[in-house]
Write a protein that binds this ligand. Structure first.
Ligand code: ADP
Length: 487
C-alpha cells in the first residue's frame, strides 16, 4: 500500500484518495514531477482503478440523502467554512501548485487560490439568494423547483488545477449534489490538499470525494457508472467525445468545457499600446490557458505600429523559476507537452508558415519554449486552425471589419474572443458577431462569477457559472397547483 502523505517543502500533502471522509491509498502509484526541474520527483500518488471509482461513487450515493436534505443555510455554512480553510492555507496551496504545475507563485497567491475560496463563497451566496420562479396561468400557480440530482463526477484538467476544480465543485455541492472529483494526473497535488479541509468544514462523510489516477481507467469507470447523475468535464475534445458516449449510454446531462483558439482583434481605432501589451500578455503562463486569444487579427493600417509595440512587450517576458517574482513565462507542464508544442511549430515551418519570432526551446534540458509568433501561409494552416496550448500566437492582417469577423469565426472553436477598439458601435457590432462563449472588449480574463461560461463547437457544450450551473446540477420540476376551489 502506498504512503498516504508526502512532505514537500515542509508542506504535508495527501497522496491518496479521499473517499467517504477517509484518506485511503491504492496499491499502484504514479509519479508527479516538477516542470521547473524535471529531475525533481515531488510525490508518488495513488493510482486509482475501477474499484476505486466504484468505492467513491458508492460513498457519494450513500451521502446523497443526507447532504441533499441539508437546508440551504447549512450547505452555505459548509461552503463558507471550506472557503475559510482555503484562505487560511493559501500559501501552502499556492506553493504546492507552483511546484506541481509551474504556475506563477505570485499569481497563485494573489489571484488563483483566493479565487478558489471565492468560488465556494460565491455559491454559498447564490444558493441562499436563489428564488424559485413562481407565476400564475390558466387558474394555476406554477413553481419551478430545483431538486438535487445525485452524485456528480467532476473531471478537471492539468492547467490552473485548484481554481478550475473549485469552480466546478462549488456549484455541484451548493446544489445538494454529492461530488467525486478527479484531478488531472499531471498536476494532482493542489486539489489533493482540499481533502484535508472537507471534514473540518462540516460536510457529511461521502459528500465530497477526491480520487487520483488516469483518465482511461479511473476516469472512464467514473463517468460510465450508472449511479452518477451529472458529468462535468474540462479537457480536450477527444475526451469529451468519450464522456459524451458514457453520458448518452446512461442518459445523464453533461457539460464539457474544451479548448479554444480565440481571436485577438486589433482595430485601427483602438489604443494600440494597450492592445499590444495585452496581446504580448497572451504568452503569460506560457499560453497554457484555454481562453487565450492566440490568433492575432490586426488591421493592416496599424500593423507596423502594433508589431513594434508587441515585440517590445514580448521582449520583456522572463522565462524562469515560477517561484521568482520577475518570472512571467513558466515551464510547460510536461516533456510530452513541450514536444507537442514544438512539433506544432516544426510542422508550421515545414508547411511554409513564417516564424516571425521564437520557434525553439528556450534552453536545452528545460521545459520552457520561446514566445513564438507565426504568420501563416493561409488561414487553413494547422497552426491557425488547431489549439497548441503553448506560447505560440499567429498573426493575420485584415482590411475591413467584415473580413475580421469572418477570420474570427473561421475555426471549429468558439470559447473566447478579444476585441480592441475605441468605437462603442463597433464593440457592439463585432461583439455580437463573434461566435464564442465570451467576448472581452478592451480587456481580458476579467470574469464575473455569475455570468455563464462555456464554449461553442469544439470548445464545448453546456454552460456553468452563476445560476446556469445551478440549473445544470438540478433536476428542474414544475409544481403546478390549481388556484380555484377543489370540489
Ligand atoms: P488534456 O489534453 O488537457 O490533458 P484530457 O482530456 O486528456 O485533456 O484530460 C483532461 C482530464 O480528463 C484529465 O483529468 C484526464 O485524466 C481525464 N480523462 C482522460 N481520458 C478520460 C476518459 N476516457 N474518461 C474520463 N476522463 C478522462
Amino acid at each position: 500500500m502506498a504512503a498516504e502523505r508526502v512532505t514537500i517543502e515542509g508542506i504535508s500533502v495527501p497522496t491518496g484518495h479521499f473517499i467517504g471522509g477517509e484518506h485511503v491509498a491504492s496499491e499502484a502509484t504514479f509519479e508527479t514531477r516538477s516542470p521547473m526541474d524535471w529531475s525533481w520527483k515531488l510525490a508518488d500518488i495513488s493510482r486509482g482503478t475501477a474499484a476505486t471509482a466504484q468505492a467513491a461513487v458508492s460513498a457519494a450515493v450513500e451521502a446523497f440523502p443526507q447532504w441533499s436534505a441539508y437546508s440551504v443555510g447549512e450547505r452555505a455554512a459548509c461552503l463558507n467554512r471550506l472557503a475559510d480553510l482555503i484562505e487560511a492555507n493559501k500559501d501552502a496551496i499556492a506553493t504546492v501548485e507552483c511546484l506541481d504545475m509551474a504556475m506563477l507563485l505570485e499569481s497563485l497567491k494573489l489571484r488563483l487560490v483566493p479565487r478558489g475560496a471565492l468560488n465556494f463563497r460565491n455559491y454559498a451566496d447564490i444558493i441562499v439568494a436563489a428564488e424559485e420562479r413562481v407565476w400564475s396561468s390558466k387558474g394555476t400557480q406554477n413553481r419551478v423547483i430545483r431538486m438535487p440530482a445525485g452524485p456528480a463526477v467532476i473531471i478537471t484538467p492539468w492547467n490552473a488545477p485548484f481554481m478550475l476544480s473549485t469552480w466546478k465543485v462549488a456549484p455541484a455541492l451548493a446544489s445538494g449534489n454529492t461530488v467525486i472529483l478527479k484531478p488531472a494526473e499531471w498536476s494532482p497535488l493542489s486539489a489533493a490538499l482540499l481533502s484535508d479541509f472537507i471534514n473540518e468544514a462540516g460536510f457529511p462523510k461521502g459528500a465530497f470525494n477526491i480520487v487520483q489516477g488516469f483518465g482511461h481507467d479511473l476516469g472512464s469507470a467514473l463517468v460510465s457508472d450508472p449511479r452518477v447523475k451529472r458529468l462535468s468535464f474540462t479537457g480536450s475534445p477527444a475526451t469529451a467525445r468519450k464522456i459524451g458516449h458514457a453520458a448518452a449510454e446512461n442518459i445523464v446531462p453533461f457539460t464539457a468545457e474544451l479548448g479554444g483558439k480565440g481571436p485577438f482583434m486589433v482595430f485601427e481605432d483602438c489604443d494600440i499600446e494597450a492592445a499590444a501589451k495585452k496581446a504580448a500578455g497572451q504568452f503569460d503562463d506560457s499560453g497554457q490557458v484555454c481562453l487565450a486569444g492566440t490568433r492575432l487579427l490586426v488591421q493592416n493600417s496599424v500593423m507596423d505600429a502594433f508589431l513594434e509595440k508587441f515585440h517590445a512587450h514580448t521582449d520583456g517576458h522572463v522565462m524562469g523559476d515560477s517561484r521568482e517574482a520577475g518570472t512571467t513565462m513558466t515551464a510547460l507542464i510536461h516533456p510530452d507537452h513541450l514536444a507537442r508544442v514544438a512539433a506544432f511549430v516544426d510542422r508550421a515551418r515545414t508547411n511554409g508558415d513564417e516564424i516571425l519570432r521564437g520557434g525553439k526551446v528556450h534552453k536545452e534540458g528545460g521545459l520552457w519554449y520561446e514566445p513564438t509568433l507565426i504568420r501563416p501561409k493561409s488561414n487553413d494552416s494547422e497552426i491557425v486552425q488547431h489549439e497548441v496550448f503553448g506560447p505560440v500566437l499567429t498573426l493575420q492582417g485584415f482590411d475591413t471589419e467584415e473580413e475580421a469577423v469572418a477570420l474570427a469565426n473561421s475555426t471549429m472553436y468558439g470559447l473566447s474572443g478579444i476585441i480592441y477598439t475605441s468605437s462603442a458601435e463597433r464593440a457592439e457590432r463585432v461583439g455580437r458577431a463573434v461566435r464564442s462563449g465570451v467576448v472581452w472588449v478592451n480587456c481580458f480574463l476579467i470574469r464575473d462569477l455569475s455570468a455563464p461560461f462555456g464554449g461553442i463547437g469544439e470548445s464545448g457544450i453546456g454552460r456553468e457559472g452563476g445560476d446556469y450551473a445551478l440549473d445544470f446540477h438540478a433536476d428542474l420540476k414544475t409544481l403546478q397547483i390549481f388556484e380555484g376551489s377543489v370540489s
